[in-house]
Design a binder for this molecule. Structure first.
Ligand code: FAD
Length: 347
């Protein structure tokens, strides 16, 4: 990749002044956007404002014009929309080709993707083609202001024991994927106005080797990251049977059951329930931490929940520092009492 005259203070950096703006890929399936796209627009807005540039959303699919409007409501200044039959379902080649064309024309300095299966695949394909650097699974994203304008992409490293901040000094755009639930979406504001720019699809159907024949949903596939209420159990529930009263509370509230790693490692519940550094990052409206001590590797995954209720027999458990409401006592007495109270209230 050609390097031009350096106009930055950082002597080891090429001049990337042609690259401006923060771009966010809005992932969708069947015309429904994944929440992580809106969350990344929320964080992207902060980065773009700090760099004094526009926030651009990239929407790819078929019949997805409504998502371009939504992207503006969630903070984008401009939306690049590639809407074509060939782009209906995600396939690496047609999506990466159209995204590459957009990136080469628009020249954003930062491009962000959700760390989902699709986001990881697409970001990897694009980074390899450009070529540029890609920091995967970020949990913090910030920027250095002008003149360096560097993306500070931070993620757990060294067996998750420390945080590393990774810079991409030599190439543009700087790219990162981030987990769902880490960042907060802006409130949806339908008064926001922005520009929608349509771009052509690049590949014709006969040029695409892969065909999507059918989607088969995994049985009982959990999507705990999207749950608005999570009833989470830890080592304190004492065994697989101990999750039953938690499931009853979750059912009464219309929520989902989550678990700490201690409970998952013990084989009491499957890993897709796990919240924390090596599990899911969640930010539900209501989060119950039941029989969970509050280790840092757990709290990084749930501390942004709107309301946290902790139930623990140890009044000194660290989880109480994160809780908006704390109940000290035996979970096996408290949880059924709450479930009964919810049922009574609902009649
Ligand atoms: P404990 O720490 O044993 O706490 C159990 C709690 O239950 C205690 O506070 C106790 O007072 C309470 N209790 C017991 N009986 C009752 C009762 N009858 N009523 C009420 N309260 C009761 N952990 C995660 O959760 N998620 C992760 O993603 C994760 N990733 C990790 C990654 C790494 C690299 C490492 C090193 C660790 C990770 N951990 C993770 C593990 C983490 O450090 C803790 O060990 C774990 O979170 C502890 O789980 P716990 O709170 O359920 O168990």
């Amino acid at each position: 990749m050609a390097e031009t005259k350096n106009q930055n203070n950082n002597a080891d950096m090429p001049d990337w002044s042609a690259y401006r703006g923060v771009m966010v890929f809005i992932e969708q399936r069947g015309g429904q956007a994944k929440k992580v796209g809106w969350q990344l627009l929320g964080q992207g807005r902060k980065l773009a404002d700090k760099l004094e540039v526009e926030l651009i959303a990239l929407v790819i699919g078929y019949g997805v014009e409504h998502l371009a409007e939504e992207a503006i409501y969630y903070g984008a200044d401009r939306v690049i929309l590639a809407d074509a039959k060939e782009l209906k379902d995600y396939r690496t080649r047609p999506y990466s080709r159209v995204a590459l064309k957009v990136i080469e024309e628009v020249k954003p300095e930062i491009v962000l993707f959700g760390a989902t299966g699709t986001g990881r695949d697409l970001a990897g394909a694009i980074a390899t083609h450009l070529p540029t650097g890609l920091t995967a699974d970020c949990t913090q994203l910030d920027v250095e202001p002008h003149p360096s304008r560097l993306l500070l992409a931070s993620r757990p490293a060294f067996s998750e024991k420390m945080m590393a901040t990774i810079l991409c000094k030599q190439y543009r755009p700087q790219m990162a994927t981030a987990r769902a639930g880490v960042f907060e979406a802006l409130p949806r504001d339908i008064s926001r106005k922005g520009e929608i720019v349509q771009v052509e699809n690049v590949l014709k159907e006969e040029e695409i080797a892969a065909r999507v024949l059918e989607f088969i949903e995994a049985n009982n596939k959990l999507n705990i990251e999207d749950a608005e209420i999570i009833v989470e159990g830890g080592w304190g529930v004492g065994g697989p049977e101990g999750f039953k009263p938690l499931q009853e509370l979750a059912d009464a509230l219309g929520g989902m059951v989550g678990a700490s790693r201690a409970a998952v490692d013990a084989g009491w519940i499957s890993h897709d329930h796990q919240v924390g550094q090596t599990g899911h990052t969640v930010r539900p409206k209501l989060y119950f931490a039941i029989g969970i001590s509050g280790a840092v590797q757990h709290t990084v995954g749930m501390q942004n929940s709107d309301v946290i209720v902790a139930i623990n027999s140890d009044p000194n458990a660290p989880i109480f520092k994160f809780a908006h409401y704390g109940i000290v006592g035996d979970l096996f007495k408290i949880v059924p009492a709450i479930t009964q109270a919810v049922k009574n209230k609902r009649g």
